[in-house]
Design a protein around this ligand. Structure first.
Ligand SMILES: Cc1cc2nc3c(=O)[nH]c(=O)nc-3n(C[C@H](O)[C@H](O)[C@H](O)COP(=O)(O)O)c2cc1C
Length: 346
């Protein structure tokens, strides 16, 4: 059973990509991920004039009573390494894992021409696909980049078009969920010539307060800033975004948000994703889970007599309807108390 996918003409041996983040932030990590069996890697977002050192600490985790991760906040910026360092990283990756599909992720300043230049740099360095980071909720929005772009449909159009006109490789616009209707934003990217979108980037958040120490999290010398939420709790928001984009556009989709196992990936694919990206789970658990994920996914496809992932892609979306459609299906109702009891006892 093959898990191979074709993402806008680029072949991947499986749909699992390590998404842009700290686990794709150096040559060694990218090489390690690809050698472990991940289908592809989206490099940590690179930049030029906006690259700077971030604050510490950058992370905070929200856990259940049984210590399981529920959600994760980061206030990490794009890469702290300059293009010279990335030039070295890319050369090392090409030496050690030649032919591995690498997706470049870029973010420029509000000067649109910087996006075109970064895209050309990426293409010159062998990018198979270029992802545009329009969704980072901290660090850049106050300077009219990052999630500010996703929140302004005309800017999504203009910045996507600038990159599409600058390079020959397919462009993926990566979107923020911090908008009213993400499918409308995806449509702008499609009109500008993007072949694909990636959704979702993190959700603007304040993860919590250590009330005993009266300390906001993550604490930076007693202060904090709104950060980006990821991890298991954001999966429902990601599935909603991906299914809505699938319904309303013809774009190829890379699904992201809260994937912590192969079953979550199948959910995203059933909602219309062609590939899936994982970040938070790789921060917590490393790269080796990919072997179990791919063998379980293969087993799932054979058990259900599917011949490839194409057979399940988007399969669930036709059953997402307007509320009024559901109302017409109902003739008998549980009491609300009965329904709450079922949820408590599940
Ligand atoms: C620590 C951290 C750093 C991130 N850095 C980037 C980044 O540089 N570029 C980007 O496009 N997304 C970045 N993201 C967002 C992820 O790529 C992804 O969209 C998000 O975390 C949801 O996926 P997950 O739940 O699997 O983590 C980052 C996420 C985390 C947790």
């Amino acid at each position: 059973m093959s898990l191979e996918i074709d993402f806008e003409g680029v072949k991947f041996k499986n749909p699992f990509w390590v998404g842009s983040g700290p686990t794709s932030g150096s040559a060694d990590k990218i090489i390690q991920a690809l050698k472990a069996g991940w289908g592809g890697v989206v490099i940590k977002t690179i930049g030029d004039t906006i690259v700077r050192k971030g604050v510490r600490p950058m992370y905070s985790a929200m856990r259940s009573q049984s210590r399981e991760l529920m959600a994760f906040e980061n206030i990490e910026l794009i890469t702290e390494d300059n293009l010279e360092t990335w030039d070295k990283y890319i050369k090392k990756i090409n030496r050690e894992v030649p032919d591995a599909p690498i997706i470049f992720s870029i973010m420029g300043s509000s000067d649109i021409s910087e996006w075109g230049k970064l895209a050309q740099w990426s293409e010159d360095h062998g990018a198979n696909l270029i992802e545009l980071n329009f969704g980072c909720p901290h660090g850049e929005p106050e300077k009219r980049s990052g999630a500010y772009i996703s929140q302004h449909p005309d800017l999504v159009y203009e910045y996507t078009k600038e990159v599409v006109n600058s390079v020959g490789v397919p462009v993926i616009s990566k979107l923020s969920p911090n908008v009213t209707e993400i499918a409308d934003i995806a449509t702008k990217a499609e009109q500008a010539g993007a072949k694909a979108v990636a959704a979702i980037n993190t959700i603007s958040c304040l993860i919590g307060i250590d009330i005993e120490r009266e300390m906001l999290l993550p604490p930076v010398h007693g202060f904090t800033t709104y950060g980006g939420l990821s991890g298991p709790s954001v999966k429902p928001i990601g599935l909603r975004a991906v299914s809505s984009i699938f319904k309303n556009t013809k774009l190829t989709i890379s699904g992201i948000g809260g994937i912590a196992g192969w079953k979550n990936a199948v959910e995203y694919i059933m909602c219309g994703a062609t590939s899936v990206q994982v970040v938070t789970d790789t921060i917590l658990n490393g790269f080796d889970q990919i072997k179990e994920w791919t063998s379980s996914m293969e087993d799932f496809l054979s058990r259900h007599n599917y011949s490839s992932l194409e057979d399940i892609r988007g399969k669930a979306v036709k059953n997402i309807k307007e509320y009024s459609y559901l109302e017409n299906l109902i003739s008998q109702r549980d009491t609300i108390d009965d329904e709450m009891k079922k949820i408590r006892e599940a």
